[in-house]
Design a protein around this ligand. Sequence first.
Ligand code: SF4
Length: 64
Amino acid sequence: MKVTADREVCIGAGMCVLTAPAVLDQDEDDGRVRVLDADPPAEAHPAVREAERLCPSRAISVES
Ligand code: SF4
């Protein structure tokens, strides 16, 4: 899995961080998403896919 996040479109809503905290975080300065683990282990994949689905700005992309 390859996880990327577009910080330009992120609105800092934080849904992703709540859903997949092991993989996604929010920048302390601007509140926008940061990818902690771009190639997360299999057990994290469902949460990352859910975070991708829930993001209101479609900022998160996941490639299998
Ligand atoms: S859910 Fe989307 S808009 Fe909200 S912080 Fe995460 S990437 Fe940004």
